[in-house]
Design a protein around this ligand. Structure first.
Ligand code: G
Ligand code: G
Ligand code: MN
Ligand code: NA
Length: 249
């Protein structure tokens, strides 16, 4: 496979990977409280390639470990300048199942002087449900270091509410799917109200993803959601652009 060969050589150098940052807002919809790092591959001939196209390949070949380290290092160095903001970085189940993941994170934090308390690792619900031993060991080690864990794409996986109580996570990122119908559909609102109430009773923070319309914000505020993310407030953007946005905020 062509892309596979290209990916291998790109990972040897590392400079073809561009990390974009999407702002995460407090419920006021104004204050930036964090950023989510989202990788792109700047292919020399094919142009910009989305993660959905190369992350699965990197997972199959085991190169996701190297990619994860490249993204984390780049993101920590950039976010060092963004005082106090939380940096969220996505990780796949395959990365978290690697026995060295937590120590890779620890070393990267040390090398970049980025504080563990400002880092959040996003893991999908389905990944955490596998409760693979190595994955759980990594999750616990990360939390012991002060790194927070967010459950990404929450609501579309298999977790029962009972099961959720036992998961070692700090935040639920409510999937766009459940945010889409807000304002139009009262069933959507009821579902969200239940999730947010449960999260609160367990001391978990909540972030609503994929907010695209102002009327969704009104509902989310009323339901007591903590943070907001979506095109309405800010799209993923390069480091210099988000840096400007943060200093103007
Ligand atoms: O930014 P975009 O919507 O194209 O991201 C698509 C998917 O790729 C999302 O599910 C996101 O979590 C994932 N993704 C983006 N960056 C990374 C990364 O650095 N590592 C991993 N494992 N997944 C990522
Ligand atoms: O799976 P994960 O939540 O990591 O994916 C995040 C992806 O969602 C990013 O690639 C980002 O580009 C995309 N995204 C963020 N906000 C919005 C939004 O408001 N609308 C849409 N369609 N996509 C969004
Ligand atoms: Mn994410
Ligand atoms: Na998500």
């Amino acid at each position: 496979r062509l892309l596979e060969t290209d990916l291998r050589s790109a990972l040897n150098v590392g400079d073809q990977f561009l990390v974009l940052y999407q702002p995460v807002f407090a419920i006021d919809g104004v204050t930036i409280v964090g950023v989510e790092a989202l990788v792109r591959w700047r292919h020399p001939e094919k142009g910009m390639i989305a993660p959905d196209r190369f992350i699965p390949i990197a997972e199959e070949t085991g190169e996701i470990t190297r990619l994860g380290e490249i993204v984390l290092e780049q993101a920590c160095l950039a976010a060092l300048l963004w005082d106090g903001l939380v940096l969220s970085v996505n990780a796949s189940a395959i990365e978290l199942s690697g026995p060295e993941y937590a120590s890779m994170v620890q070393q990267t934090l040390k090398r970049t002087c980025f504080p563990a308390e400002r880092l959040e690792i996003e893991l999908t619900e389905t990944a955490l449900m596998k409760s693979d031993d190595a994955l759980m060991t990594n999750v616990n080690a990360l939390r012991a270091m002060g790194v927070r864990i967010a459950l990404d794409d929450f609501g579309i996986g298999y977790s029962s509410l009972a099961r959720l109580q036992k998961l070692p996570v700090d935040r639920l990122k409510i999937d766009k799917l459940f945010v889409d119908d807000l304002g139009a559909d009262s069933a959507a609102e009821e579902f969200l109200a239940t999730i947010i109430k449960l999260a609160r009773s367990k001391g978990l923070s909540t972030t609503a993803e994929g907010m695209e319309r102002a009327e969704q914000l009104d509902v989310l505020r009323r339901l007591g959601c903590d943070c907001l993310q979506g095109y309405l407030l800010g799209k993923p953007m390069p480091a210099d652009a988000i840096g400007q946005l943060i200093s103007d905020n």
